[in-house]
Design a binder for this molecule. Structure first.
Ligand code: PMV
Length: 322
């Protein structure tokens, strides 16, 4: 008899290549040490019972027969992951599930992808079905697309592989970038970004002005390739400059916001080598590259502009059984 399984996966931060990565270009993503864990146990009946205290969900019940129906927003990643797993591997069981998050889903640090990956990995352990990381990626990515329609899958890759990755759309390339440190400060704007809406807006821009927007994406791709080299050289000054160039191109496709720009300028004004938004834009987080001497000044500058400093360790470990 298999005992309860507990699995955790990290969140993520996009360092370079936001948006362009949705359109067949590369990006660089790092895993952050704020994790989400999922505990699973089989039940003897046909019910799924879910506790997600961080989402204010207690004792949510659904029978296996209803798993195909549209799930409520807060539980849809976990339930869609279960449905996809049962369908793919032709298994089924009632389940007790508990999720626990070390970070707020508000920050845009990848709670949906982390909970999806943790759920699928926990199911594979619980049912004794061996799946490798690429299979886990494909099923997790399908789950995210079933719900969100759009997305590159970079967040799913970070949750599975951890570390810092060079990633191309849909997992065409998933390549670790080996580094010891990433001297970066993360600031939260206080505004929750609507990723799907912004991604769709960029799709519309691309349809309207394919030449201009493709040129923007190609320029971003070149920055990503350069950044990959400079990160491995620990050349943080150059990494910061490349961030500034990436931010200009993101501004050009209208995904920045005045709050993001305030925090970015504040960080650069006190000596950060560079700064940019991280993710879809419109809110969520920005990142700044700063030397140790400047680190605290950058934090203070972000806080002075009403940003929240988020203390995270970057380059964190990927999905693991607890
Ligand atoms: O908003 P986030 O942190 O989920 O990041 C979205 C990043 C995009 O490149 C805009 C979309 C994607 O799936 O790659």
């Amino acid at each position: 008899m298999i005992k309860m399984v507990k699995v955790s996966a990290p969140g993520k931060l996009m360092l370079f290549g936001d948006h362009a990565v949705v359109h067949n270009r590369p990006c660089i993503v790092t895993a952050v040490d704020h994790r989400i864990s999922v505990s699973l146990d089989k039940r003897n009946d046909n019910k799924i019972i879910l506790d997600a205290p961080d989402m204010n969900i207690k004792n949510y019940k659904i029978s296996l027969d209803n798993l195909g129906k549209q799930p409520p927003k807060k539980v849809r990643f976990v339930l869609t992951a279960i449905k996809n797993f049962f369908e793919k591997y032709k298994v089924e069981s009632g389940l007790d599930i508990k999720t626990k998050s070390e970070f707020s889903s508000e920050f845009g640090l990848g709670s949906s992808s982390a909970v999806t990956v943790s759920t699928l990995k926990a199911l594979s352990e619980l049912f004794g079905i061996k799946i490798n990381n690429k299979e886990l990626f494909d099923l997790s990515y399908k789950t995210v697309l079933d719900i969100q329609d759009v997305g590159s899958g970079f967040d799913v890759a970070a949750a599975i592989y951890g570390g810092t990755l060079y990633f191309v759309t849909g997992g065409k390339v998933i390549e670790p970038i080996y580094i010891k440190e990433l001297p970066m400060v993360v600031g939260y704007t206080g505004i929750k970004a609507d990723t799907a809406t912004l991604v769709k807006m960029v799709y519309r821009k691309l349809a309207e002005e394919p030449e201009i927007i493709n040129k923007n994406f190609d320029d971003i791709a070149r920055i990503v390739d350069k950044a990959k080299i400079e990160i491995q050289r620990n050349n943080w000054k150059r990494v910061g400059e490349l961030m500034n160039l990436n931010q200009e191109l993101l501004r050009d496709i209208d995904v920045s916001s005045k709050e993001l720009e305030r925090l970015i300028s504040a960080a650069k004004n006190v000596g950060a080598y560079g700064a940019k938004l991280s993710g879809a834009g419109g809110g969520d987080c920005m990142i700044a590259v700063a030397d140790k001497e400047n680190y605290n000044n950058v934090i203070k500058a972000i806080e002075k502009e009403d940003g929240t400093f988020i203390e995270v360790k970057l380059n964190a470990e990927g999905v693991r059984i607890e």
